[in-house]
Ligand binder design. Structure first.
Ligand code: IPE
Ligand code: MG
Length: 232
């Protein structure tokens, strides 16, 4: 969800107003994703690197997050949305953690869209954390190093139990992953749009999905193999 700051700057507004406008986009896109029947929507809301921003911007983002979570709980319950999060939750302010955990618990039985918020999240940190947990299991003789598979490794990531993303959308025009889902996005289709996040609309989401539907996903195979399998 990139481009809030630039969106605000181009309008002569302070950055925080860009983030505020970005929250409205989150509301719209969550609704649109739920309407489309998408299984999981992961939003990269705050990275492990975003803590390096000026303190007032960080605290502004945290208070927006808190008010978003507070205001959306009823809507999540009404629309069968299940909240999850990934990242170093322990680094978030207590008030954010409280409402986050309350919302996760209250929506845990919902069966519709999984709204997964990446908060204080970094892909490298996630992988190292998984490796450390696996090492611990090996030390405790609960796991044999020779038995470690891709599937076992994935069970120790924050995303355990979630499918890999099919599509990664980056707004704001930059062509990089910025430490997002480094493991999980291994075969994701990447869609980059110049549109800044506050301007990203339901129609833009539909356009991204339409573009995704035109892609041929080969997963290492040849195009002919994939085309042949598709006709069967
Ligand atoms: C939103 O956009 C990302 C968040 C940390 C919420 P930015 O704040 O990175 O916007 P730009 O890149 O400065 O335009
Ligand atoms: Mg940015």
């Amino acid at each position: 969800m990139d481009g809030n700051g630039r969106w605000a700057k181009s309008r002569g507004m302070i950055r925080l107003l860009g983030h505020k406008a970005g929250v409205n986009t989150v509301r719209k896109i969550v609704r649109a994703a739920n309407e489309l029947g998408i299984d999981v929507l992961t939003l990269y809301a705050f990275s492990s690197e975003n803590w390096k921003r000026p303190a007032h911007e960080v605290s502004g983002l945290m208070s927006l997050l808190k008010s978003y979570l507070k205001s959306e709980l009823a809507n999540m319950l009404e629309n069968n949305i299940r909240l999850r999060c990934m990242g170093r939750e322990e680094n978030l302010p207590d008030q954010v953690r409280d409402i986050l955990n309350t919302s996760i618990a209250k929506t845990s039985e919902n069966t519709g869209l999984v709204l997964n918020l990446a908060l204080s999240y970094g892909g490298r940190n996630e992988i190292v954390r998984a490796a450390a947990r696996i090492c611990q299991l090996c030390l405790e003789n609960k796991l044999n190093p020779a038995d470690i598979t891709v599937e076992i490794f994935a069970e120790h990531l924050y995303s355990a139990g979630l499918p890999d993303p099919d599509l990664v959308i980056r707004t704001g025009g930059e062509s990089r992953l910025s430490n997002f889902l480094l493991w999980q996005a291994s075969y994701a289709e990447i869609y980059i749009t110049e549109t800044q996040w506050p301007d990203f609309s339901k129609e833009d989401l539909h356009a991204a999905i339409a573009c995704f539907q035109q892609r041929q996903r080969r997963f290492g195979k040849t195009g002919d193999q994939v085309a042949e399998a598709g006709t069967k």
